[in-house]
Design a binder for this molecule. Sequence first.
Ligand SMILES: [Zn+2]
Ligand SMILES: [Zn+2]
Length: 321
Amino acid sequence: MLDIIFLGTGGSMPTEGRNLPAIAIRYLGWIFLFDCGEDIQRQIEKAGLGLNKNMAIFITHMHADHILGLPGLLLRFSLLGRGRPLNIYGPREIIEYVKVNQATINLGTTFETVVHAIGPGIVFQEGPITIRAFEVDHRGPAFGYEILFQNPTGEFMPEKAEDLGVPKGPLWSLLAKGNQVSLEDGRIIQPENVTGPRPRSLKIVYSGDTRPCQLLRSASQDADILISEAMYTAEHTDLAEERGHSTAEAIAKIASEVGVRLLILTHYSPRYYDGEAILNEGRAHFPNTILARDLLTVTLDKDGSHTIIQPGTAQTAGDPA
Ligand SMILES: [Zn+2]
Ligand SMILES: [Zn+2]
């Protein structure tokens, strides 16, 4: 139903095989990008993501490793003739950042670019998709994002509408979108009368860069997937605290305590090379932990089950939770 594609999973600096932070979520013809690390253009191409889709970009904070890919991405969109408008959301400095790039490196775009300074709260809503920003505890203004997928109704059932005498046409469409309608004979039809069971909502949370904090904990309550930075192992808790980051242990404990179903650890320090130490520490405290790798895809189905597709390997089905 939706795909999460990790375009970059490194922290601070790129390493061989790991680019800087960028995550794409593909859903219903939309692509949502979270952070734009340096080599995002090439990663988007490798992932086969179209560039003229409905798209919105969400930046967690203004550290270079999370935003250096943005100007190149805008340039690429223009060179390839993107026509659809593009909305970019982030801390208020993101407006100046885009403006300066447009002014100094002749970054004119072939499409309308709208840059939004965000605060905590809902920043994006479109049909069943709601994206909420929440403040996290890093160095300077920084946000995490909670991404909710909630259909207003179950599947529309035409035979039920016909049985109730609802004329085919705009009234069907209104009911399917969750609105009640009035018929000419005065009867009022509720959407529940003509739709199947409403699927449960799905929730994905992305931490951005942060120390373990209360707002991340509350946003992650019952999340289907928590994607979190895990810059260090517990051995370097002092460093994590000093630099505004998390350890795998601290995040895995949160995931375990608030009912997260799948924890994906990303943005780990180059010192951990292949990340096995990070993964092992996470799993010791929360077994349903995986490690993000560049071009890893995780598919989340509407029943909450997930499938993990490692780059270049066969699929692994997860249990519905
Ligand atoms: Zn970072
Ligand atoms: Zn940072």
